[in-house]
Ligand binder design. Structure first.
Ligand SMILES: Nc1nc2c(ncn2[C@@H]2O[C@H](COP(=O)(O)OP(=O)(O)OP(=O)(O)O)[C@@H](O)[C@H]2O)c(=O)[nH]1
Ligand SMILES: [Zn+2]
Length: 219
């Protein structure tokens, strides 16, 4: 694609959902890093270990450093991720499918990891987005506390509102460690969630084509 034909800012801010338009506004003031590290020391004592033993002295600092990475999505804006589109598609008039986008997220109930793959298709109208941006969009939402259902619909809504395609299909399959490593302890159970808009919701033929490309002979 021709970089000269790239369009910066495909999206007017009006009419976008709050979660698409901007990074979330913190509902409570963000504690200082030292406070967060002190909270980790409290948890270490709670589980029955000694926060002052040598092996754990730097652990609070490491845990908060890891949190900064794992929850980076609270400081990122979905609209900005999708703000560059390309118009030179040489008459391409079918859907674009990116399969097997791996992600790691954390469930909002237990703060335990759930990991899996997102599959995203959209039917472009004139302009397409860089393929890597779909992976970046998945990460913006994955790197927050989530439910799989919420993340699925947020990804589809962001693509729908910004690119205004003829349809979006998002299918996510994931394993939840809170269900595999504790509680009911069912390892290998996979949860599948979907969100369809436009032609994927209204035209059964397009839905079948999407599922066939995902699972069928071309998969
Ligand atoms: N719908 C949905 N549920 C989730 C997700 N991640 C975790 N959960 C579930 O959230 C539920 C929380 O249930 P609670 O009864 O409040 O918590 P709990 O006592 O820890 O539940 P158990 O996991 O059954 O021990 C559990 O059933 C989890 O499996 C998700 O992404 N979507
Ligand atoms: Zn959970």
């Amino acid at each position: 694609m021709d970089a000269k034909n790239a369009n910066v800012k495909a999206w007017p801010l009006q009419g976008l959902s709050d979660h698409v338009r901007a990074a979330p506004t913190p509902a409570v003031p963000r504690p200082a890093r030292e406070e967060a590290e002190a909270a980790v020391r409290t948890l270490l004592a709670y589980i029955g270990d000694d926060p002052n033993r040598e092996g754990l002295l730097d652990t609070p600092k490491r845990v908060i450093g890891a949190f900064d990475e794992l929850y980076q999505g609270y400081r990122e804006c979905p609209a900005e991720v999708l703000d560059r589109t390309f118009g030179e598609t040489a008459g391409y008039d079918d859907f674009v499918l990116v399969k097997d986008i791996s992600f790691n997220s954390h469930c909002e109930h237990h703060m335990m990891p759930f990991t899996g793959r997102a599959h995203i298709a959209y039917m472009p109208v004139e302009r397409v987005v860089g393929l890597s941006k779909l992976g970046r969009l998945v990460d913006v939402y994955a790197k927050r506390l989530q439910t799989q259902e919420h993340m699925t619909s947020q990804i589809a809504t962001a693509i729908n509102e910004i690119l205004k395609p003829r349809g979006v299909a998002v299918l996510i399959e994931a394993e939840h460690t809170c269900m595999a490593h504790r509680g009911v302890a069912k390892q290998g159970a996979t949860t599948v969630t979907t969100h369809f808009t436009g032609v994927f919701r209204d035209d059964p033929k397009e839905l079948v084509r999407f599922m066939t490309m995902l699972r069928g002979a071309h998969g």
